[in-house]
Ligand binder design. Sequence first.
Ligand SMILES: NC(=O)c1ccc[n+]([C@@H]2O[C@H](COP(=O)([O-])OP(=O)(O)OC[C@H]3O[C@@H](n4cnc5c(N)ncnc54)[C@H](OP(=O)(O)O)[C@@H]3O)[C@@H](O)[C@H]2O)c1
Length: 345
Amino acid sequence: MRAAMLHGNGHLDSVRMGEIDAPTMGKDEILVRVRAAAINPADLKVVSGTDGGAFLHAQNFPTAFGFLAYSRSTRQGSFADLVVVTPDTVGDKPPNISHEEAAAAATAGSTALQALEDKGRLRSGHKVLVNGASGGVGSYAVQIASQLGAEVWGTASTAKADFVKSLGAARVIDYKTTPLANIDGKFDVVLDAASRSSFGEVSSILQPGGAPELFSISDLASEFDITHRTIRFYESKGLLTPHRLNGARIYSRRDRARLHIIVRAKGLGYTLDEAKGYLDLYGQPGERRIKQLEFSVAKSEQVIAELEAKRRQIDEKIEEVRLINQICKRKIAAKKRSKNGTRAV
Ligand SMILES: NC(=O)c1ccc[n+]([C@@H]2O[C@H](COP(=O)([O-])OP(=O)(O)OC[C@H]3O[C@@H](n4cnc5c(N)ncnc54)[C@H](OP(=O)(O)O)[C@@H]3O)[C@@H](O)[C@H]2O)c1
């Protein structure tokens, strides 16, 4: 089949059309005939070879190009006649848009949707700021947020202000003249679709109160009364998995919940390995919630069975030791009786 092949990291001219074997479907997978595929910033990272950890499919060259953000089943890219994906990564194309439009919308649109709905938990009546509102992700975010009933403010260059307003923004601020932290307003959700801000800048324009989704290392250190070094140590042991935002560590609610368990377990005298055992009951980051819960059920049933087996062993041991204890006591009593008897004689 035909595929756009990446021959090595570097520039876009490392991508050339070629032929490769068609992929074969595994169990619970779907074979897709590709009608259109779109280039996104992630593809340029794949080509350049930067952020390699996140874009692993481009390790062996040549490889079919095209970042498949949500396919764990194949390392092959989407710029090919055929591609294999898992069912949880596909959706229906609305009939009123072309394949090209659907391909162009998928990555940037789903990024905006996931950021606002899944992470930001944006609701009707919320006030949201989209930083980089005129860009690929930002322009979808403005439309999605206003459809969800939020009041949307956006930042963009002045030349694109009218475009951003036409998407549904109530106010557009020029990022060149007004830094994020100087924006005159407080927001329930801030989406930095420009990837330019620091966590501190964003925090300063968030509404106080509510349940924050993200935490800095200082937030967690002061909440749990531990040092930054301790938190970094837990990270080095793989117990916490913060994201990096412009060099700073950003922790999720999951990290915070895990840290809570670690701190409590340590306080009760458990070792780090024992605390890790409990954390392992909660599944892996990135897994879907149902899968994670199913994993927790299976794992906890296994732990319960192991503990019950141990309890049976302990009960048996207690009985044995109790028996030895009673025999010893009886022997002591008998010895004492016979000693007293001897004296009496
Ligand atoms: N596109 C995707 O599918 C996708 C998916 C996942 C993640 N991402 C990530 O999301 C980020 C944005 O991607 P994109 O495709 O939306 O980029 P993009 O189309 O180039 O848009 C960038 C936006 O940032 C604005 N901007 C530029 N410099 C800025 C600054 N100094 N301060 C504030 N805003 C600034 C731009 O405004 P003007 O144009 O008005 O100057 C524009 O609105 C990237 O880090 C990308 O890797 C993108």
